[in-house]
Design a protein around this ligand. Structure first.
Ligand code: SF4
Ligand code: SF4
Length: 239
């Protein structure tokens, strides 16, 4: 049994979130998720000259290699919009389209579940799978939540400062700064009703992209693996 976290104001804010129609913020993190979903290998490396943590996505089949600044790290002063444009242009070139086509593809692929997977809305990933509900979120997501005025949500996001860069952890206890034992926005399945997400419209990218693949779902012991052989929209997962 997971502890129930009482968060003042959530019910009211949920109504406000129901009106959120803003598209989630595009970033290199989203592009990376799609590359992983397409089977590319992603490895980190350190650019000692630029003193920047980098990532490299590689497709052994086609020889495509893409280097980019590790997307969950935020280096103040870098032009992330320009870096995203470069990444989208390179990915578009690889896929035979332009940057706008690549962005549309990223949005489309992250809105669809992997083939052979169908979410059962059991809530296990949000309540029990630490790898699914804990982790880093990007500066684009944090800026988006700020723009939406979701201060109550940002209380559960912790900025970790390091020399020259920062990263953001979610979801952490506002006082202890420890990761929470389950996602605070999970509405557990009850009385035959499926589990829900109280912040579905504004949920993080890591939730939108879970599972990355059928194999990922199987490894995570997600009961949705193998349920349906047809690709279908993943949302609402736990919604
Ligand atoms: S993604 Fe898997 S674990 Fe999560 S709610 Fe759906 S079926 Fe359950
Ligand atoms: S989908 Fe919602 S409830 Fe589940 S981990 Fe993400 S934010 Fe939490």
């Amino acid at each position: 049994m997971f502890p129930i976290l009482v968060i003042p104001g959530v019910a009211m804010r949920r109504v406000e979130l129901g009106r959120v129609q803003v598209a989630w913020p595009m970033g290199v993190s989203a592009v990376e998720k799609v590359l992983l979903r397409r089977g590319l290998l992603v490895e980190d490396w350190y650019d000692a000259a630029g003193r920047v943590q980098m990532s490299r996505a590689a497709d052994p089949g086609s020889g495509f290699v893409l280097d980019y600044v590790k997307p969950v790290y935020w280096y103040p002063g870098r032009d992330r919009a320009a870096e995203l444009a470069q990444v989208l242009a390179r990915v578009g070139q690889w896929l035979g389209t332009d940057a706008a086509g690549a962005e549309a593809l990223v949005r489309r692929e992250l809105a669809a579940a992997p083939e052979g997977f169908s979410c059962l809305r059991c809530g296990d990933c949000c309540g029990r799978m630490g790898d699914a509900f804990r982790g880093r979120v990007s500066i684009e997501e944090v800026a988006w939540w700020r723009e939406l005025g979701l201060d109550w949500l940002l209380r559960f996001v912790r900025e970790e400062k390091r020399p020259g860069y920062s990263f953001f952890r979610a979801w952490v206890h506002p006082k202890s700064n420890e990761y929470l034992p389950r996602c605070p926005w999970l509405k557990p399945a009850k009385n035959g009703e499926p589990a829900g997400c109280r912040i579905h419209a504004a949920r993080p990218l890591k939730c939108r992209a879970f599972p990355l693949s059928l194999e990922h779902a199987e490894r995570a012991h997600c009961p949705g693996a193998g349920v349906d052989a047809r690709p279908r929209p993943i949302a609402p997962r736990a919604a």
